[in-house]
Design a protein around this ligand. Structure first.
Ligand SMILES: *Cc1c(COP(=O)(O)O)cnc(C)c1O
Length: 396
């Protein structure tokens, strides 16, 4: 049994990298000055923010002037969608998103709908890949923005972003991507992939919570969303979160430095988990694409099992997972992502996501599978429905 807790909920948030915390520390008490001040004390924090901006731009093949710091993924998504739709109103008011976006996109699109915009949600196939034919048909002359996530937070499927961006541009629309699960996890090159706007969040890759950024291609004059100051080149008001920015940039640099090795190791552990679950636990279904998925994500549905009960049962064994996305937990509706890929209601309720970090070990995963197998077995042994099902299946 592993010595400490087995944390497999890294898609909800990650612990901070120690080096990122250490990099932040001087900017709380010693170099506390406001980088927008004119006096000498502001020089050092201003330089730190400049370096952080350049470091983050470097990881994306972007220009530092294209990086705008925000309070996180949610704000970046709100800004990109709301201001992005305001930008080209003379061309039209039609927005396209996918049916598996994060709530930060879904609910912002709903807000826009209430305020006179039209929204089309494009479907995905059973692996969670956006249907490109359906997308092509959904594009209209008045479509000004298409927003499709780079990788899904629940099922880990990676979307064909470069192809989607190309489609958008062929029809004169802008392309935004919520890359909160993908940035600093898989390689992203905004120029090569044709991305116009991209959202990212520090706490999903070993940085602090409450800090993120929006990449906006230089030629796009995206209107401000937060008003009240000249920070971020006049595009995002609010006193600069210097420690947050420094910590996020440090975490991003560290993640990019070892990304290839980390991902090879995580994918091997993930595939071991998938293989063991499929071999040892009957009547399960892997959700998401088998190969085009985030290296640290595995999402399974188990028939005749309640996800919430599984979560609690595993928690008693100090294995921490998620039943979908943290934002959706607490509600009784099954995940919109699982429904969109065609998982039946009942089965969707019996789904759990494990999301690993580069530090996750084979020992931890084996312990998690052992615990999961025992928990599913116990819960099914108490289910009369399961009993009938197995008998019928044997007879067939
Ligand atoms: C976590 C997450 C967000 C929200 O980011 P915050 O920084 O927590 O606001 C948005 N989109 C996706 C895909 C996420 O996983």
């Amino acid at each position: 049994m592993p010595k400490t807790e087995v944390y497999l909920d890294n898609a909800a948030t990650t612990p901070m990298r120690k080096e990122a915390l250490e990099a932040m520390m001087p900017y709380f008490i010693e170099q506390y000055a406001n980088p927008s001040s004119i006096h000498g004390l502001s020089k050092s924090p201003r330089a730190a923010v400049k370096d952080a901006r350049a470091a983050i731009a470097g990881t994306l093949n972007a220009d530092p002037a294209e990086i705008f710091f925000t309070s996180g993924g949610t704000e970046s998504d709100n800004w990109a969608l709301i201001s992005g739709m305001q930008l080209n109103e003379s061309k039209g008011k039609h927005l396209i998103i996918s049916s598996i976006e994060h709530h930060a996109i879904m609910e912002t699109a709903d807000y826009l709908k209430k305020h006179g915009y039209e929204v089309t949600k494009v479907g995905v196939d059973s692996d969670g890949v956006v249907k490109l034919d359906e997308l092509r048909k959904a594009i209209r002359p008045d479509t000004t923005l298409i927003s499709i996530m780079t990788a899904n937070n629940e099922i880990g499927t990676i979307e064909p972003i470069a192809e989607i961006a190309k489609l958008a541009h062929e029809h004169g629309a802008l392309f935004h991507t919520d890359a909160v699960q993908a940035y600093a996890h898989i390689p992203i090159d905004v120029k090569a992939m044709g991305i116009d706007m991209l959202s990212a969040s520090g706490h999903k890759f070993g940085g602090p919570k409450g800090i993120g950024f929006l990449y906006v291609r230089k030629s796009i004059r995206l209107p401000p969303f937060m008003h009240g100051g000249e920070q971020e080149n006049g595009r995002r008001a609010g006193t600069t979160n210097v420690p947050g920015i420094v910590g996020m940039a440090k975490a991003a640099e560290l993640a990019h430095a070892t990304m290839a090795e980390d991902n090879a190791k995580m994918a091997a552990i993930r595939d071991h988990y998938i293989q063991r679950v499929e071999e040892e636990i009957p009547y399960c279904r892997l959700n998401g694409h088998r190969t085009e998925r985030l290296p640290g994500n595995a999402n399974f549905s188990f028939m005749f099992v309640e996800g919430e009960s599984l979560l609690m049962n595993l928690g008693m064994k100090r294995v921490y997972i998620s039943t979908g996305s943290a934002c959706a937990s607490g509600s009784l509706d099954p995940s919109h992502v699982l429904l969109a890929i065609g998982v039946p209601h009942e089965t969707a309720h019996g789904s759990i996501r494990v999301s690993m970090s580069p530090g996750t070990t084979m020992e931890e995963i084996d312990y998690a599978v052992d615990s999961l197998k025992a928990a599913v077995g116990t819960m099914r042994s108490l289910s009369p429905l399961y009993d009938d099902f197995v008998k019928k299946n044997r007879g067939a």
